[in-house]
Design a protein around this ligand. Sequence first.
Ligand code: HEM
Length: 593
Amino acid sequence: MAREDFSYESARLRALGNLTKTVIVPALVLASLAKATKIKLGYYTIPCYGLCIFLGSYLQGLYRGFRLGRDSERLARGREGSVGSIPVVRGKLPGNIDLIIRALANQRSGYVHDIFLEWFEEYQSTIINVRLLGIDKFITMDSEHVKFLLVTGHRNFFRGDTQKELLETFLGTGILNRDDEMWKAHRTTTRPFFINDRTSDLGLFDKYINRTLNHISNVGPNRPIDFEDLAARFTIDTASEFLFGHNLDTLSYRADGFDSFVDAFAKIQQVSLERSIRGGLWPLFEPFGDRSKKYGDVIKGWVTPLVERALEHKRKMSEKGHQIQDDQSTFLEHLAYSFDDVTIIRDQLINLLLAARDTTTALLTYTVYMFTQHPEILARARKEVVEALGPDGTPTLEGIRKLKYLRAVLNETLRLFCPLHGSIRQSRDHGVILPPSDATYQRGPMYLPPNSPVFTLPILIQRNEALWGPDAHIYDPDRWLDERLQRVTSNPAIFIPFGAGPRNCLGQNYAYNEASLFMIRLLQRFEGFTLAEDKQLPPPWKMNSQHTHHSKRGMFGPGWPGTKRKAVEKIWPGHNIVLFVKGGLWVRVKKAE
Ligand code: HEM
């Protein structure tokens, strides 16, 4: 039976069940044995219970491994060649609880997903099982697995209950959080809106780009600005006008309540990330109730009246006998034409706002960060723009497409700093055999059990030297223009910033148009970007280049287990649902002569 209740309460019940199985049942068994045999444990009570829980968890792990092996054999019967099992990461504490502590510590003070890189390397596999309290959680950085999950074998997977539990308060019934009929209904109503001329409305983008760049111009050459904050204001103002026909107007810096909306948007994503790290146990870390609720209420409190107004308008029109038409002027009107339910429309708007805003903010922010680090790339991109359009010429869509170097710059940012760094799928109620893994560790087919969440990590795929060559960690837009492009054209699964398959990104054109025009205007008006190191939050890690850790995949830098980017990064990349720069991106800009 498919689950329908994803509330915090049902998640807590489920997590308590898991805790009972791993901790309470072994303890009860020991208590009953001690009672039956009349043995007094005395001073040994605590160590004995500890040992018993540890043993219980070990035996449960063995039993789970045995069952998976048996199911896998059954599924593989009649196939040629063997089917392996996915390596389980072994922790030191019962239920692998120490793994959560390590993952949380990495999130607080490490580089994005370094902890997973270490485990992939340790187990020599691009897919691992981080089993917590007996709950399997699979993590993959394998391009062949991801192709199977998203495209060739997508029918075996869905978004799944694990994500819905994590994000129900935030994303509810929206497209990013639903499967099957509900997802289909959203996809079919949303798609037409994204293939009409609206996503090519350069005038809408230009209006907000102008306001954003005026802020930068007014700051002056020596004062640093937080470019990430500015980009976030730009993308939310543009997206809110595009989606609601109602500009949130965060670029005016007025203190009138929208700050709390924007703040709630950031905080609810942070809660979601922490939940995802705590795995199936997350409700136990929120003993006093759903931590995301107060932020969800702020967000809904702002969107609901807009939806009610649109539905009221539709009702009045129909009462007056007017024919209701889908004039598609805003996405909200388009949704109100298609649905009558406030919750469905509201949730879908919130989903689109999340999809549109933070992703494009990351693309703009990391491109400017790369301009600060590579003045030669900045100069070349600027030359291309100014030669094609002059210092203030307005491009057409066709004109934007001709700027090949600019597109290469954006693609290189999407590759190295993939905004949606990770995504989740779940196997349906049958096990599947994953295809042989990619060239990284060259593992054969492996068995994935039914109802298992799988986290895919495109950011690691897109930095993998086994797939991209030894310069994978270097920012080099030329790889999109020279013979290295062949790597992607012959295997598109190694570059998936917009996902792939039936659930791929609907806003890809919107994002490319918006980001391209933003960069064109930025390069027309400014010619220098320097990182304001006096303001920038530095990365917390200290590098030791004394010895080199040789990894098969070559992604580890000298002296520390983790990505080679660590050695060159001048900012601290952070991640919640989307990638961002911790503490903002502080830059000084120089106006064009
Ligand atoms: C640089 C910007 C963007 C990036 C990197 C990006 C990335 C992605 C990715 C990777 C997915 C698939 C997620 C998965 O398979 O789990 C996705 C889905 C989606 N994106 Fe984007 N996106 C961007 C911008 C946008 C914009 C601007 C919009 C809308 C205005 C948008 C709307 C959507 C929607 C509606 C989906 C859900 C599709 C579905 O589930 O059927 N995205 N995006």
